[in-house]
Structures are given as C-alpha cells and as structure tokens.
Design a protein around this ligand. Structure first.
Ligand code: F6P
Length: 756
C-alpha cells in the first residue's frame, strides 16, 4: 500500500507542478495580450479625441470642451477623460472623475516634461486602472494634455479566472490520476502479485500442485522476471516437498529414496572400497575423428542412458567394445581412460575387435540372430555358424579383458549386460568361481517355442546360467526364461524361489525393471533455459499449434512406420488438425550394415514423404524426420515442448524413451502414448496405452492426447513421475548389487545383509 501511496503522491506532485507552470505561463500570456489590447484601443481613442479637443484648448472654449469630454467619456470600462493645460491645470474632465481618482495625475507632468505619450497601470482602492496621457498639439505647439482613464480590473478578473479554472482542472486530473493509478496497480501489479502469493501459499500449505498460478493474466513484461522467479522457486519447493513426502513414505516402509548419493554410500558399504565391474558390448563414450579433431559421442540407446549414472555414482570399471575410429588414440596403454570427459568419475576399458569379429558377433549373431529371436516382430532370425563362432570368440575376448582386472580381488562383483554377452557369465565363473556375477538381459525373453529355433539354444542358456543372478525387466520374461530352461536343459527349477540349479550352482531369476536417473525429478537439475515449442518448430521451418515427438534408434522393433500410418489416419479422421499438429521424429540411424535396417530406413523415409506430399502446405508439414544422432541435451527441449510423445514399439524390453519423456516433464504436462508391448507399459499405467498394430486405435489415441483436459494431463503425468522418481535406475542398480552382495556374504560365511 505504501508503494501505491508513494506512486500516487509522486504522480499528483508532477501534475501539480505541471499545472502551476502551465497556469503561470498562460496567465502571463493572457496578461500581456489583454494589456496590449487595452493600450491599442486607448491609442486609437486618444487620437480621435485629440483632433477635436486640441483646437478647443487653444481657443480656450471651456464650455465646448466640457461637452466633448462628457460625450467621449461615456464608454464601457472607461472611467473618464481629463484635459489639462500646459501648466497642469485641469480644464475639463468627465463627471465623477475627480471622486474616483483623487489627487494629482503623474502622467500629466511627465507628458508635459517629455513631450510624448505616457501610460501605466495603477491600483486605486480595489481597482486597477490604466492611465494614459497624450500631448495636445496644435500646429507645432503643445497646448495641453489629454488623459484617459480605463478601468483595467477586468484583466485581473480574467487572470483570476484562469487560475481558478486551472485549479479545477488540476483537481479533476489529480482525481483521475489517483483512480487510474489504483486501477492499473490493482490490475497489473497488486492483483497478479496477490494471485502469485495466493498460489504460493496454496503450494506451501499443499492445497495445490499447479506449476503456475491457474489464471494469471498477461501482465506488464516488467513483472515477468518476478513471476518466472516465483515459478522456479515454487517448482523447487514442489520438488522438495515431493521428495520429502516420498522420503517420509518410504521411511515409513523402512526404505529410503534411492539417489546417486545413496547408491554411492551403499556401494561403499557393500564393496568396502572395491570396484564394481560392468561389462557390455556398447561403450558409454566413443571417440570419432571429425576432420583434424576428435569428437566424443554418447551412443543412443537405453543401456548407456541407464548405466552411465550408476557408474558415475559407483566409480568402477566398465569394459566395452571400443567401436569409435579414434578410440585407440584416446585410451592409455592398458586400453583404459577415465570418463566422462571433463568430469571423470569411472574407468572405461576398451576391447578391440577385428572387422570380421564385429560383423559376425555384433551384426551377425547378436543382431540378425538373437535380436529378432527375442523380439516378436515377425522378422525371421538368421543363424550362421561363422557368426556363432565369432560370438563365442568375442565373449572369450571380453572375459580375457576382465580377468586381469579382477585378478587381485576376492569375490569381485561383475554386472554383465545384454544379449551380446550371454556366454560371458559361465566363462567368468570357470576361471573365477568366487566372482559374483549377474547378467541383465535388456531385451524381452521369448517363449520356449520361439526360442527353440536357435541352433545354439543350450549353449546360450548354459552361458547365462553361469551367473548368480539373471535379471529381466519384467516377471513375464522371467517366466518365459524358466520355461525355456525347463524345456531345453537338465536342471532343477524352484518355481517358488525362481531359481535354477545345475551342477551344484544356483542362479536366481528376478525382474529388475530398469529406469532412468531420477535426479532431475528431485530438482537437482532444474533448467528453464530451453527453447520452447514455437522456437523449436521455427528452427525446422514449421508453424504449428500442437507438437508430437518420437525419439528412437531406427529399429524395426520400434513401430515407426506404424506410427506414421497412424498419424496419416489421424489427419484423415480429424482434418481440423491439418496445419495445426506436427510430428517430429528424432531418429538415430542404427546397425546400418544390416540390410533389414537399411530397408527400414528407406521405408520410413518413404512413409514420411507420402504423408507430407499428401498434406503439407507452404508453412506446415505433418511429419518432420530429423535423421541424426541427437544428444540428450538436444532431445530434452523436444520432450519438454511436446504435447504428446509417442512410443509405439512392436516389442520392447523396457523402452527408456517413455521414462525419459516423463522425467523431463517438470511442468507436469504432456501426454505419453505408449505401446502395450513395452516393459514400460507395466509401470506407466497413466500413459495412453495402445496396440501399435491397431492403426485406428493409435489415430484415436493421438486425438485423445491432443484434446486432453489440462487437469487430466497433469494428474496422469504427476502419477507417472512419482513412479519413476521412486523406481529409478539407482534403485535398480542398488537392488541388483545388494542381491549379489548377499550371495557373496552368504558364501564367504560372513552372514547376510538385509535387502534394501
Ligand atoms: O534395447 C536393447 C539394446 O541392446 C540396449 O540395451 C541398447 O542400448 C540398445 O539396444 C542399442 O543397441 P546397439 O548397442 O546395437 O546400438
């Protein structure tokens, strides 16, 4: 209120000063105008009287003189005329003049002395009068003085009127200033501030979770920084509250939220200063030549997204295939380097493969054999003996790379990743029976019939069962695995414990749904400095109201052509969205040495072209395909700006794009359309779940997502974020490592550790 008062006082003062200055100027101008007007009229009158009076003075005709004087003296605002002789004696004057102006008239003397007209304003009583004297000349000689007396009080009256009018104007203006200031202040400052304050109070007291005040009007841009700062603070508060609530909830259940710090502490306790070993085909950082420079790339894919934060927290050794053409020159003599570049947190040891090995093991057996074998996408697996031989050899190569690293360590903990290294667990155990090994299978596990077509089905199972733990994303894949073992291997299966025992060695089969780092959900990473929807679309030359986003490795399991068919169908069913909805596909080319993948790329480009050719306009495109390797930093703004994110995999172990999208939406907005054939759909039940083979259903899902009410959108997003926040990748790693550590402690006879 004080500010408003100060504002009003300042404005009124400014108005007052302007009014005074303006009035002063106006009065001065008017005074000059009225006076010179009076002087001009007086001169004219004097000249006409002079001609008649001068001869009478000379001839001393006092009676005639008296008559003429009376006749001229009878005018408006005219007080009178007097005629004096050259000695200053009054010869004639209008009646009553002497009473009105008693005493001598100075003009008469001055005219006689100077011999020229003389005039001036005088105050007599409460009247202002203008007295002007003129020499009466006959021939060459001055014969007397003519004096005219005008009542000039009307000038004062007029000037007073001006002051009064201006005072009135000033009062009206001041009143207007006060009223307008109060309205403007209320409308654009105190109103919004009160709204922001109310919303922050509701946020503080837990009455709302809205990321912004509900109906904040568009106010002066000057308030924007305050509002955006308040929004950020509120967001941080909301995040802190959610974190505290979650921590309290978990504490009540005897657990606490898994964070990178907690994982770090946990690892310290479990490993007692020893390293964690992680082995995968894909490396988390690869170096590529870029002209004379070397570029560091983080490969696309869920494995790296999930495991890099875990390794950063644990500081262990990650062994992986060095696939970059500048990988050798960036590693040391032991093929090792510290990563991530710039903020080293763990070690990466690279394994070198020949071109033939890479072809046979990676492209061949892993991705033309096991990949289609495990994914139900009706793509026929290809099994070749030479590929299998390379697969075995490369698994041995990885084992050789690991052995010296764990040589001096008792009960080392090793996490093997994915279908490229199915034989590695048994190889490790052969040489180091004390090692505690887990293999995590990042893709689905098929049913026994489907799996049974693999010529080396038993060898693969035996290799995996060398582990102490085999992890899958979901229980369904664990069930399939146990049934597969039951079908193809001699073993003892415990369906209660979900374990397989062969040759005295037991392996636990458990679901560990992988996830993303949830640090950004907890407010550790809060960034508002990202381009918005309009800016992103402008960057690709498109104007649209609604934005859909897809982020994929270009793979036939991802259902990308199906997605584009659904988008085309959506426009057919809802032409009102033509020109208003654009779908941006951020697709990273992958495994392009395999023909199936090259064909898929062509199919996708043709599908995009078909839809665009049919519907595009000069300024708008239905689908924009950004074919490139996109960094996480580049993808994040698209997640944050999207009205809808589409994950339409035909079959997917988990799919971390779905979880990344949810994690990125700190505004609790946006809709996820998610295939029912992803592992993620078991957890993210608030997504719009679709069957990617059902084009009609997917088209309807896009329509539903775009038109969804904001309250429903944020409710769904909030629940999904709560899920991811709790079931994050630190929990995933923590649980798996805890299981391994428990087995190690049991075996070494040091007791058992309670599950976390
Ligand atoms: O989804 C299975 C998977 O192996 C992931 O674990 C991995 O991130 C992704 O495929 C990428 O595959 P690639 O390493 O062949 O590029």
């Amino acid at each position: 209120m004080k500010i408003t008062l100060r504002l009003i006082v300042s404005l009124v003062l400014v108005v007052a000063l302007s009014a005074i200055a303006f009035s002063f100027y106006q009065v001065r101008e008017e005074k000059t105008r009225l006076r010179s007007d009076l002087e001009r009229r007086t001169i004219t009158l004097a000249e006409s009287i002079q001609e008649s009076v001068a001869p009478l003075v000379e001839s001393d005709s006092s009676e005639k003189l008296g008559r003429i004087v009376q006749r001229f003296g009878n005018r408006e605002r005219f007080m009178g005329i007097a005629v004096h002789d050259t000695r200053g004696q009054l010869l004639a004057s209008t009646a009553d003049l002497e009473r009105q102006i008693p005493g001598a008239v100075p003009q008469v003397v001055r005219v006689l002395e100077e011999g020229r007209p003389e005039g001036g304003f005088f105050r007599v009583g409460d009247q202002r009068i203008y007295i002007s004297g003129y020499p009466l000349v006959s021939g060459e000689e001055t014969v007397g003085v003519l004096t005219l007396f005008h009542n000039a009080s009307y000038i004062d009256v007029r000037l007073k009127e001006i002051w009064e009018h201006n005072l009135l104007r000033f009062l009206v203006l001041s009143l207007l200033v006060v009223v307008i200031t109060l309205v403007v202040v209320r409308w654009s400052i105190t109103g919004p501030i009160a709204q922001v304050a109310g919303w922050m109070r509701d946020l503080r007291t837990g009455k709302t979770r809205e990321a912004k005040p509900a109906v904040l009007p568009k106010v002066d841009a000057a308030l924007d920084p305050l509002i955006s700062e308040a929004t950020r603070m509120a967001k941080t508060l909301a995040v802190a509250r959610a974190k505290a609530e979650k921590a309290a909830r978990l504490a009540a259940r005897g657990e606490s939220l898994w964070t990178s710090d907690r994982l770090k502490d946990h690892m310290r306790a479990v490993l007692g200063g020893k390293k964690l070993y992680l082995v995968s085909n894909r490396e988390p950082y690869l170096h590529e030549k870029d002209g004379p420079n070397v570029r560091c790339i983080v490969p696309a894919g869920g494995l790296v997204t999930a495991l890099d934060p875990v390794m950063r927290a644990c500081d262990g050794l990650w062994i992986a295939h060095g696939s970059g053409d500048a990988d050798r020159e960036t590693a040391d003599g032991n093929d090792t380097l510290r990563v991530p570049p710039g903020e080293p947190a763990y070690s990466l040891k690279r394994v070198w493969l020949t071109r033939e090995e890479e072809d046979g093991y990676y492209y061949g057996f892993s991705n033309e054999g096991l990949w289609p074998l495990c994914h139900i996408t009706h793509t026929r697996p290809v099994f070749r003996l030479e590929d299998w031989n390379h697969y075995r050899k490369v698994n041995e190569k990885f084992a050789e790379a690991l052995y010296p690293e764990i040589a001096g360590e008792e009960y080392p903990l090793v996490l093997v990743q994915d279908y490229h290294l199915a034989l590695l667990p048994a190889l490790i155990k052969e040489k180091r029976p004390d090692a505690k090994v887990a293999i995590f299978w990042h893709i689905p596990w098929p049913n026994p019939e489907a799996y049974g077509i693999c010529p080396w089905r038993q060898e693969i199972l035996q290799g995996m069962l060398g582990s102490d733990i085999i992890g899958f994303h979901i229980q369904f894949h664990c069930n399939n695995f146990l049934e597969t073992v039951d079908r193809f291997l001699e073993s003892k299966i415990d369906w209660e414990q979900f374990s397989v025992t062969r040759g005295g060695h037991a392996t636990l089969i458990k679901p560990f749904p992988i996830s993303v780092s949830s640090e950004e959900l907890h407010g550790e990473i809060v960034s508002d400095d990202h381009p918005g929807k309009e800016e992103l679309l402008r960057g690709i030359g498109v104007k649209a109201e609604f934005l859909g986003v897809g982020v994929d490795r270009i793979d036939y399991t991802k259902g990308i052509p199906e997605r584009f068919r659904a988008i085309e169908r959506f426009f057919e069913k809802h032409p009102e969205y033509l020109g208003r909805f654009t779908f941006v596909e951020l697709g990273a080319p992958s495994r392009i040495h395999i023909k199936k993948y090259r064909d898929l790329m062509t199919e996708i480009e043709e599908a995009v072209d078909k839809v665009n050719w049919r519907f595009r306009t000069k300024t708008w495109m239905p689908i924009v395909f950004l074919k490139a390797h996109h960094t996480h930093e580049a993808i994040r703004p698209w997640y944050q700006a999207a009205d809808v994110c589409m994950v339409t995999s035909l079959h997917d172990g988990m799919n971390l794009v779905a979880k990344e999208f949810v994690a990125a939406r700190d505004d609790e907005d946006g809709v996820l359309v998610l295939s029912q054939f992803t592992g993620a759909s078991r957890e993210l039940k608030d997504a719009v779940i679709v069957n990617p083979y059902d084009i009609e259903e997917m088209a309807d899902a896009i329509f539903l997502a775009i038109g969804m009410e904001p309250a429903e959108r944020s409710g769904r997003m909030r629940r999904m974020r709560a899920n991811i926040s709790e079931y994050n990748v630190f929990r995933w790693a923590g649980r798996m490592i805890t299981e391994l550590a428990r087995l190690r402690l049991a075996e070494s006879g040091a007791g058992s550790e309670s599950a976390t």
